[in-house]
Design a protein around this ligand. Structure first.
Ligand code: BTN
Length: 239
């Protein structure tokens, strides 16, 4: 498979992730589903995702035979986005686990969903939302930013997509192999905003909020030392 060998493009879809999941059986691994606009885009924790014209909204279909760790796909893509943004003169960082930030605001988000039948993994769909030149709604302007706001440049969305797919395919070839995992994790950690030893506040998927010091970050989890214990955190959001 080659990421981006086949691109299905739409002027509008409810959600590229949803389209990819619903049509999974006929989409080969590596296929891209791209929409100029989404009317029902969604993000992690099922939050609505604003997807007006001018942003890059797409999903990648993976049908893994060997590497079934879905977190790995998300990481690969967050590193690809961060690298590309750095090449475009943005100081991009990854906020654990996979959000991409510039100037303290979110510029891109990734949502990976697995499609499972019984015990079988039918596929992994990874959706990417990158604010290119879409207008950020005023209520989000304190926490979200676009490439245009950072660089004052009017990048063409298809140009960004092409560059990103190219980068992702190169990263995939190099790192999407079991034995390359530790090298890739090192690369991902280099882009992380928060490091081991930092004090953070986290919101867990159940809504609970905790504060502690990062004891360790590896490809699967983050170890947080709180006042009285050390907790293994697989998912959540750093506040
Ligand atoms: C997040 O940060 O919560 C993840 C946001 C993911 C948004 C993208 S846009 C393309 C794809 N289709 C969707 O409905 N969501 C993802």
């Amino acid at each position: 498979m080659i990421i981006g060998e086949e691109i299905y493009s739409f002027t509008e879809l409810p959600s590229t992730n949803r389209y990819a999941i619903e049509n999974l059986s006929r989409l080969p691994s590596g296929t891209i589903v791209w929409a100029l606009k989404q009317t029902a885009g969604y993000g992690r924790f099922n939050r609505p995702w604003h997807s007006d014209d001018g942003g890059l909204w797409f999903s990648i279909v993976f049908k893994p035979r060997l590497l079934k760790d879905t977190g790995y796909y998300t990481k690969l893509i967050s590193v690809g986005i961060a690298e590309l943004l750095c090449e475009l003169d943005c100081d991009a960082m990854i906020k654990w686990p996979n959000d991409v930030y510039v100037k303290g605001k979110k510029i891109a988000g990734i949502l990976t969903e697995s499609v499972i039948e019984g015990e079988r993994l039918l596929g992994v769909v990874t959706g990417v939302g990158l604010n290119v030149k879409n207008t950020i709604p005023p209520e989000l302007s304190k926490i979200a930013i676009s490439l245009k706001e950072v660089t004052s440049k009017d990048y063409d969305v298809s140009f960004i997509l092409k560059r990103l797919l190219n980068k992702l395919e190169n990263l995939r070839r190099k790192y999407l192999q079991v034995r390359m995992k530790k090298y890739f994790t090192r690369k991902w950690k280099k882009y992380l905003m928060h490091r081991e030893g930092d004090k953070i506040r986290l919101s867990l998927p159940n809504g609970e909020k905790i504060t502690g010091t990062i004891e360790k970050i590896n490809s699967e989890y983050l170890l947080l030392k709180t006042d009285n214990k050390t907790i293994k955190i697989m998912a959540g959001e750093i506040l």
